[in-house]
Design a protein around this ligand. Structure first.
Ligand code: PEP
Ligand code: MG
Length: 585
């Protein structure tokens, strides 16, 4: 049966493929494809873990104290039976052999299949056995996790991707689309080098970090699709319409043909845009507009150069810190990463933002911040750095050392208070002194602040006394101005870049910087939205930073724009109660 699910459009285009469901589990589960020759060892890895759990449960059962309740013994027997259950065992083997899923992924996939059958049972006692099965699977997962370090993980990377014929997947010779309840930004980054042609998640807002990374992959994605991971089943054919934010499940042949056509049209449009790669970014009235790239990893630098970005306007350094179970990168590792980004940009400036951990970017991918009531307003970004000066100094030293190899700018996120600014600059001095004392070479850096808290936007004059440049982080500026959690799909309809208050703050920051002759850019998602390019130009913006995948579409708008005419129009938009109404004018 065909049905559709509505969510938020975050990354444009159409993807058609078979659903690969990433089941959620209380245990952190790795998802990767194995090579065909690893099937046997993966089955053995699974069997070993299952046997270990069997021994564990049997011993628990045999050594139960005499006075323990009889139910306990019965529960352990049920768990032991579940370990032998052929539907579970054969199913898991199937995912490994036929789909080349790693053991953990195979287990959670089969758990998902069997759990649905439990859910459909009439007998409430049997229905409740689902919980037992989950516990058994969790035990096996924990055992596998203990062994995981022995076995190398093999992610399918674009550059080492087995050819489809090598995979001998038969049925899998089709595009795959990932469906998950939630993906952390770190998971998403891992999928950056994967085979998936589209993503759907139940949760998330348009500018959640998961959505931002999805956008950087340049593949269609829909987030905030609420029940998608429950309604879609493994292997369902699905269409992701990343423009409309719609997921169509089990489409009829007519719908498939229509979307196949749209997909080809999008490809034609992409090829047309790619012709603008080397066209100078200049408006009709001769204004040169700086187009910079936002990157998450040093490896993103070639993509930036490919679209002729004139530098990196935002390197989100926190991605080096995430998904490592709390083990922070040391100075050498960071220095190496920053140097690779600098080398990768071949002499162009690289703006490295100090770590922005917190809110929807937890250090550990499984660690949803449940200890703080409102993590977006908590110990995040510069607050986190200042709370751990040793960690911050390590990062600052690594950045200063990378600056010896090329033009590096340092950008500080989420500042609001003068004392935070002073502490930050004092620590930067200290980092220089420490390097001096060690006799280590380092280079000069320009220092900039992100304007992403309304308090900062309203204190722009004070900021300009301390900083060489400013960069407006509209994602957070909108979140904090409108009190809308950017990662919460239930309030996504209220997240509005065109709210007059947001526009006023952005306009005033740009105007003040221009008046003082200081550089200012926008590095939030507004900068990469071609429907907003004319407005930002009209407000006086001359430097935009966005994912490389968005640069050509924005450049196209720049080439068609005449800033002499846009200024007056932008004034009207600013003065309007409902600026969205004037956007087409
Ligand atoms: C922003 O807030 O606009 C920004 C660019 O930073 P991030 O999206 O990483 O919070
Ligand atoms: Mg931000």
């Amino acid at each position: 049966m065909t049905f559709s699910i509505h969510g938020l459009a975050v990354a444009r285009g159409i993807a058609i493929g078979r659903a690969v469901l990433v089941a959620s589990s209380r245990v952190d589960v790795a998802h990767y494809f194995i090579k065909p020759e690893q099937v046997q060892s993966e089955l053995e890895r699974l069997a070993e873990a299952r046997n270990a759990v069997c021994v564990e449960l049997q011993s628990l059962h045999d050594n139960l104290p005499k006075d323990s309740p009889p139910e306990l013994s019965a529960i352990l027997e049920v768990h032991l039976m579940m370990l032998q259950d052929t539907m579970m065992v054969d199913g898991v083997k199937g995912w490994i052999k036929d789909r080349l899923y790693n053991a953990e992924w195979a287990l959670t996939s089969q758990l998902d299949v069997v759990a649905r059958q439990f859910d459909e049972m009439d007998d409430p006692y049997l229905r409740e056995r689902k919980g037992d099965l989950e516990q058994v699977v969790e035990r096996i997962l924990r055992h596998i996790k203990g062994m995981a370090t022995v076995l190398p993980q093999v992610n399918i990377k674009r550059n080492q991707q087995p050819r489809q014929q090598d995979l001998q997947l038969g049925d899998m010779d089709v595009p795959l689309v990932l469906v998950a309840h939630d993906l952390s930004p770190a998971d998403m980054l891992q999928f950056k080098q994967s085979v998936f042609t589209g993503f759907v998640t139940d949760v998330g807002g348009k500018t959640s970090h998961t959505a931002i990374v999805a956008r950087s992959l340049d593949i269609p994605a829909v987030v905030g699709a609420r029940t998608a991971s429950q309604l879609i089943r493994q292997d369902d054919w699905i269409i992701i319409d990343g423009d409309a934010g719609v997921v169509i499940v089990n489409p009829s042949p007519i719908i498939l043909a229509e979307y196949g056509f749209k997909q080809r049209q999008a490809q034609v449009e992409r090829e047309r845009l790619s012709r603008l790669r080397h066209t100078p970014s200049v408006t009709l009235d001769g204004q040169r507009i700086e187009l910079l790239a936002n990157i998450e990893m040093p490896e993103d630098a070639p993509a930036a150069l490919d679209v002729s970005a004139v530098g990196v306007g935002l390197f989100r350094s926190e991605f080096l810190f995430m998904g490592r179970e709390g083990a922070l990168p040391d100075e050498e590792e960071q220095y190496d990463a920053y140097k690779r980004a600098v080398d990768g940009m071949k002499g162009l400036p690289v703006t490295i933002r100090s770590v922005d951990i917190g809110a929807d970017k937890p250090l550990d991918r499984t660690a949803k911040d449940e200890t703080h009531l409102n993590p977006a307003l908590g110990l995040r970004a510069i607050r986190w750095s200042l709370a751990d000066p040793a960690m911050f100094l390590t990062q600052l030293r690594a950045i200063l050392r990378a600056a010896a190899h090329g033009q590096v700018h340092l950008l500080i996120p989420m500042l609001a208070h003068a004392r935070e600014i002073k502490q930050t600059l004092a620590l930067l001095d200290k980092a220089r002194q420490q390097l001096d004392a060690r006799g280590v070479v380092f280079g000069p850096v320009k220092v900039g602040a992100m304007i992403e808290v309304p308090a900062a936007a309203l204190s722009v004059k004070m900021f300009l006394r301390y900083f060489d440049f400013l960069s407006v982080g509209t994602n957070d500026l909108i979140q904090y101005t409108l009190a809308i959690d950017r990662a919460d799909e239930s309030v996504a309809h209220l997240y509005d870049p065109l709210h007059p208050a947001v526009l006023r703050l952005v306009a005033d920051v740009i105007a003040e910087c221009r008046a003082q002759g200081k550089s200012v850019s926008v590095c939030g998602e507004m900068a990469g939205d071609p429907t907003l390019t004319r407005l930002l130009l009209g407000l006086g913006l001359r430097s935009f930073s966005m994912h490389p995948t968005q640069i050509l579409a924005v450049k196209q708008e720049i080439l068609r724009a005449d800033t002499t005419k846009l200024q007056a129009w932008a004034e009207q938009v600013l003065a309007s109660e409902d600026p969205a109404l004037l956007m087409g004018a």
